[in-house]
Ligand binder design. Sequence first.
Ligand code: PBG
Length: 328
Amino acid sequence: MSQTDLLNIVNRPRRLRRTPAIRSLVRENTLTKSDLVFPLFVCPGTNVREQVPSMPGSFRFSIDNAVKECKELWDLGIQAIDLFGIPEEKTEDGREAYNDNGIIQRALRAIKEAVPDLYIMTDVALDPFTPFGHDGLVRDGIILNDETVEVLCKMSVSHAKAGADMVSPSDMMDGRIGAIREALDDAGHSDVGILSYAAKYSSSFYGPFRDALHSAPQFGDKSTYQMDPANTAEAMKEIELDIMEGADIVMIKPGLAYLDIVYKTKERFDVPVAVYHVSGEYSMVMAAAEKGWIDGDRVMMESLVAMKRAGADIIFTYYAKEAAKKLS
Ligand code: PBG
């Protein structure tokens, strides 16, 4: 008796998986280089390129080397970066954040001069700029909202003056998107966009990033401003508010563990959706790969396309360079 006598299976989905050609014809989502944003850490000094201990393959760059890195990124086809800075000095008022000659402002001018078409976003939050490691100003152990928003406005305008294409407030203070929009417009920067970290969870996946920027909170955690990982409706509310206040793009963060939020956001709102494949997600893959337990490159590429499948238009990832090489 032959197999066909035994079984009469009409629907055979495996037909569409038989060869690479047919698989690529029916592929529903594709990762491209133009989806990627590379987060770049800038530190004081010259000729610095030091590996972040908890992020193998990820570096802190002094401005001169950051410029070189940006040329490489551009040549690889990465068109956008997000700048994070380690200031020369941390003060309780976080004033280095809006110093027109601060680390980010100088980096902006240097990179814009060398790679003028690279789209530069800048992180707007105070955590690296005060000794407390919190995203806002601190008084008596409380993270202040409105006082922080005023500083974030000054910081955003200072970044815009130095050449930022878009500011990315990652602080989760209430009302900051509307205030920053108004401050930018009043200063004549109506063409500078805002990517809002709209639904940013209070997550332990950020550990290695805080190592990279020397910005771990010195007391408590960030749960009075970042969101409870157990919540969904709250994310929808945060996103709606930020869009109403003028966010051009909204971000969900972290990535893989929050793809349900990405999916829901994409279904519900008509703005570009970004997702941040954060430091802890990166480091876990790198660590397991170093041990030979998983194929790190394949796990990274699978993670990135999963983010696209969930609905992300834009992906922030430390793996951007390697991904771009694989996509070439
Ligand atoms: C801080 C900020 C954080 C990240 C981006 N901006 C850390 C935090 O909120 O503590 C995390 C990025 C990452 O983990 O890769 N404003």
